[in-house]
Design a binder for this molecule. Structure first.
Ligand SMILES: *Cc1c(COP(=O)(O)O)cnc(C)c1O
Length: 469
């Protein structure tokens, strides 16, 4: 008890020079709270017979806790996983044009729902609707929080208490919790499955039509591929059959991009324009997958149907904010000039980065990483790699890439886990992947201008460290 009574009071500690500095930096409320926490811990330790920390070590602990708390949780990282559109790492990185636009919108009032010409109230979709129509060939468009929301809103508006016919081969789960059958149920639509996993025919759809049928839906099987003896009904056939029976035909494209990727030697990914031309009444797709923009879900298609969707009260609950619209507008504008798209759209820049250029980056970084790991029982070498597009786009296709592989000397595989953790604990965490007994750093998504930041922090690599975030 005696030792405990020697602990300084909160008010005494607050007069200490060092603490005053911390108060300046972090605010009185935060530092007072941390002092209380440290004192409570010290009392608890004292009651359990452990030594009581002295004043200077208490202050040290308060300072360390304040610094740890001040680190942003949403910190930037180096994505060296080899997956360009990594959902856990925030998918697409925005192009400069979009960053500028969103910063301006953040700083200033803007014409979000204000018709500058008429001087009256406008609709926030007006910011991008015309661009979306131009780029997809659709009559009308609207934007919501993400593609899952777009699909949900579409079903809830147009197929509530109605039957929606979908091929069994397309009842997919898309990462996390997006499962087509679950979304249908929550949206109040009744799923009717037709065909088999690998083959579905037009007659399967025709045979499923009943008085309560409201819609045919096609779902792009983004994250997996069925190969071999397969058949899916082409969109134009589904559209024709749907329209003969006065049904709506909707396509959930998932990724979807607004231009033909084959132009850059990438595999073909279906575009909303193709679906609209094939007769789809509505198409939904994501903003932050191949499109390379912010997280949004876009619905494009028939004017009367988009108007109904906009009138659903849930549209208000799923709408996007001004930062998102500002950056989306800027990204869509880039698509108006396909000739310069691969230089300006970050995602496309990353996807089209030549293997030879990535290999040169590996050559520049090899000696840096080798010297940082000098004292470690590991070997570092340049290896050919294959990057993935990610986010369920083009699941089978891989892009030739290059990077650095760290392998343990001998059989000490624990060193790889420590290295992986050490890289994660750097000021700007480095995320790679462990595969086949090696830590792989795919350099596709490390732009040359960020290489100095990457190498500078390697000297801080502390391989005994455990993650603090
Ligand atoms: C990714 C994807 C979704 C979900 O889109 P989010 O933008 O992640 O909400 C829905 N459907 C398909 C086919 C997808 O690929």
């Amino acid at each position: 008890m005696n030792a405990l009574s020697k602990l300084p009071s909160v008010s005494h500690l607050l007069t200490h020079d060092r603490i005053e500095g911390l108060v300046q930096a972090h605010g009185r409320a935060v530092i007072t709270g941390l002092i209380r926490d440290q004192l409570a811990e010290a009392r608890e330790a004292g009651r359990n017979g452990a030594p009581i920390p002295d004043e200077s070590s208490l202050i040290e602990d308060v300072s360390a806790a304040a610094q740890a708390q001040a680190l942003p949780r949403l910190c930037p990282v180096f994505n060296l996983t080899g997956t360009v559109l990594h959902t856990n790492l925030g998918r697409a990185s925005l192009p400069e044009e979009a960053i500028t636009a969103l910063v301006e919108a953040a700083r200033n009032p803007c014409a979000l729902e204000y018709d500058i010409e008429q001087g009256g109230r406008g609709d926030r979709d007006d910011v991008v609707e015309q661009l979306l129509c131009e780029l997809t060939g659709a009559e009308a468009a609207t934007v919501v929080n993400n593609n899952a929301a777009a699909v949900f809103l579409l079903l809830n508006t147009l197929a509530h208490k109605k039957k929606v016919v979908v091929s069994r081969g397309e009842l997919v789960e898309i990462g996390g919790a997006f499962r087509v059958p679950d979304i249908m149920k929550r949206a109040g639509a009744k799923l009717v499955e037709v065909g088999t996993t690998n083959r579905t025919h037009l007659r399967d759809f025709a045979g499923a039509i009943s008085p309560r049928t409201g819609m045919f839906m096609k779902v792009h099987t983004s994250n997996y591929a069925i190969e071999g003896f397969t058949h899916a009904v082409p969109e134009h056939e589904l559209a024709t059959l749907a329209h003969e029976h006065e049904l709506t035909f909707a396509v959930d494209l998932g990724s979807g991009t607004l231009t033909d990727l084959e132009r850059w030697g990438l595999p073909h990914e279906p575009t909303p324009r193709e679906s609209i031309e094939a007769g789809a009444d509505l198409v939904t797709f994501s903003g932050d997958k191949l499109l390379g923009g912010p997280q949004v879900g876009m619905l494009v298609g028939r004017r009367d149907l988009i108007a109904q969707i906009k009138q659903n009260p849930l549209k208000r609950a799923l709408r996007v904010g001004k930062l998102t619209l500002a950056s989306l507008e800027a990204v869509l504008r880039l698509y108006r000039d396909p000739d310069r798209l691969s230089q300006r759209l970050t995602t496309l820049q990353q996807l089209t980065r030549p293997e030879a250029e990535i290999r040169e980056a590996a050559q520049r970084l090899l000696p840096e990483l080798q010297s940082a790991l000098d004292a470690w029982p590991v070997d570092v070498e340049i290896v050919p790699l294959r990057s993935q597009i990610g986010s369920g786009s083009l699941p089978v296709d891989r892009l030739p890439s290059a990077g650095l592989a760290v392998r343990p000397q001998g059989r000490s595989s624990g060193v790889l886990n420590r290295l992986e953790a050490g890289l994660r604990c750097l000021p700007k965490p480095v995320v790679g992947r462990i595969e086949d007994g090696a830590l792989l750093l795919d350099l596709r998504c490390l732009p040359p201008e960020q290489e100095p930041d990457f190498t500078a922090q390697l000297t801080q690599l502390d391989l005994s460290q455990t993650p603090t975030r």
